[in-house]
Design a protein around this ligand. Sequence first.
Ligand SMILES: NC(=O)c1ccc[n+]([C@@H]2O[C@H](COP(=O)([O-])OP(=O)(O)OC[C@H]3O[C@@H](n4cnc5c(N)ncnc54)[C@H](OP(=O)(O)O)[C@@H]3O)[C@@H](O)[C@H]2O)c1
Ligand SMILES: [Zn+2]
Length: 376
Amino acid sequence: MGGHPAVSKVRLSGKETLTRMAHAFDQEDERFLQRALQLAELGGNRTSPNPLVGAVVVKHGKIIGEGYHTAAGCPHAEPEAIARIADPHDLKGATLYVTLEPCNHFGKTPPCTDLIIRSGISRVVIGTGDPNPQVNGIGIKKLLNSGIEVILAPDPKPYDRIIQAFTKGILTQKARVILKWAESSNGLIGYSDQRILISERRSQIFTHRLRQANTGILLGAGTILVDNPRLDTRLVAGHNPTKIVLDPQGRIPSQHPFFQLPGKKIYLNAQNTSPDIFQSPEALLAWLYQVHQINSVLVEGGAFVLNWFLKANCWDEIYRILSSKSIPETDQAVKAPEIVVSEMQLEIHPLGKDAVWHYTRRENSFPEVPVNLKLN
Ligand SMILES: NC(=O)c1ccc[n+]([C@@H]2O[C@H](COP(=O)([O-])OP(=O)(O)OC[C@H]3O[C@@H](n4cnc5c(N)ncnc54)[C@H](OP(=O)(O)O)[C@@H]3O)[C@@H](O)[C@H]2O)c1
Ligand SMILES: [Zn+2]
């Protein structure tokens, strides 16, 4: 493939065929693996704490089965794809494309490697390795040892990107965090006494897409009281995230419409929660991951909560939606959060009359997952 480095990152010995080399991975492989990636994304915000994974089975250049991990506790992508194949004889000599290294351990479901080996599939093309150091390379090795040809995508980035929340959860036991706000051209995000819409419709659709891709959505009491937001994904397909609200002083009255909103809610005040959770964003993220299996959180405001994360330099990505409109600067105007850290990358994407300023960590926003193969 043009543009991909023709370099193997995996040291091999003997007659093993594992490779990241470009010549073993052709345009057809790229196309089918990208299809598996599209399928993986259909898992949306339902798979946490598991990863998004997609799989495609191909025979004679045609897709004969596809599937994805639909939700935590449900079958993995590989058995989903294999189950769609009408005649199991078709599996003999077929190629499996899967975005993540197949598992080799018993969890809620049996190991996918056993199913693949039994099925007669003779070639497996994998997007990226499992980020868990105890698991990484083991599924691949099992397939290799049973005589299956295994190919790794020469560029694992797109496959690492879709599992960023899973990777952070596994490696740090904390949820990944994405900050998002809409800002007027004169640097305001709203008023403390009334609701105002700052971004335009296309940006709202973009926000709903972020919501369907993150397990939790987090807000402070101030925003619930002023904006009374619905916090759903009504403008796009997908599921609503869990609504998490921080209200240490219990300012939101029990008859507030927030408590009637459909879907899962985690409402935190000083009475029902350990005070540690309000001490630092890191403590909150650890609690959300370890107690609620939430591996990604979209923080939508307001100013206090966003600044709390920014001051602690606790974020993995920021979406700052800049409007071309200014709004009046009254005494109740709320200033946009300040981004103080410098170790970041910025990409600006126009979105109608708005612009999305997307900040990511310069160092390894999606660290490449090593494939740790110690053969012999
Ligand atoms: N443009 C946008 O994208 C956007 C998005 C959301 C909100 N907004 C705007 O933002 C404004 C609301 O901002 P805000 O700063 O007033 O409200 P906020 O950040 O939603 O909530 C702040 C309140 O949350 C509580 N809180 C949360 N975490 C806490 C912690 N760790 N420790 C102590 N207290 C904690 C505090 O309540 P107590 O004071 O009771 O202790 C604090 O006053 C509104 O004007 C809203 O329209 C704009
Ligand atoms: Zn599996």
